[in-house]
Design a protein around this ligand. Sequence first.
Ligand SMILES: CC(C)(COP(=O)(O)OP(=O)(O)OC[C@H]1O[C@@H](n2cnc3c(N)ncnc32)[C@H](O)[C@@H]1OP(=O)(O)O)[C@@H](O)C(=O)NCCC(=O)NCCS
Length: 222
Amino acid sequence: MVSWWRRLREDFAVVFERDPAAKSRLEVFFCYPGLHALWGHRLAHGLWRRGLRFVARLVSHTMRFLSGVEIHPGARIGRRVFIDHGAGVVIGETAEIGDDCVLYQGVTLGGVSLEKGKRHPTIEDHVVLGAGAKVLGPITIRHGARVGANSVVIADVPAGATVVGIPAREVRRRDPAEAERITLHHERISDPVAMALGDIVARLEALERERRSGADPREEST
Ligand SMILES: CC(C)(COP(=O)(O)OP(=O)(O)OC[C@H]1O[C@@H](n2cnc3c(N)ncnc32)[C@H](O)[C@@H]1OP(=O)(O)O)[C@@H](O)C(=O)NCCC(=O)NCCS
């Protein structure tokens, strides 16, 4: 059993580790709604497990109101989880999240059936769920996997895999141990407009070079 003090220290440490924008403990304490939501969830989940279902729902509802993050009190969430920005995150009743995961704003861990049993996803350790990712049904996102922003995942994702798109498809696979090193290379997402502009600029430069060297660019371009 980990003491609440140790968990609190972990909560702060994880924000500084994963968010380059975090400047001070004071700022983290007051200005990180994802953290507030997780603190509220610990209380709500404790009440839920003791059978105080209505009070638990009331706590979770209040935290939703305050933080913009909706976590059902029945959901199970591991240690050092970081919910960045928070807004619009929804985590269903039978969802399970392992340790060291990162969830960005707009992530949904939702169900696709009205059955009472397990109907929400299981997220194993060291998983990154990009902004707006929807993970639906009782599927498993395995150790160290990454889900691209705005993807919709409806099937299991293997350990270390990166999946993107709707429905999400695997585009990359790492060794899960390597995948544990979370990076935020947003700048590496392909930008089709920038790529098209780059092609046009390269073509113009080629034409300019040809003009200077006296060759007729129209002959080269055919
Ligand atoms: C998916 C992600 C985690 C990167 O994982 P990765 O394993 O390092 O994958 P890569 O960056 O190598 O991308 C692999 C391919 O998927 C593409 N890709 C990445 N994210 C994508 C997305 N959300 N949608 C569509 N394609 C995407 C990349 O362009 C790349 O394509 P290419 O191989 O044709 O060049 C990252 O792109 C991402 O979406 N992170 C979430 C960040 C976020 O939500 N930030 C919010 C901050 S407010």
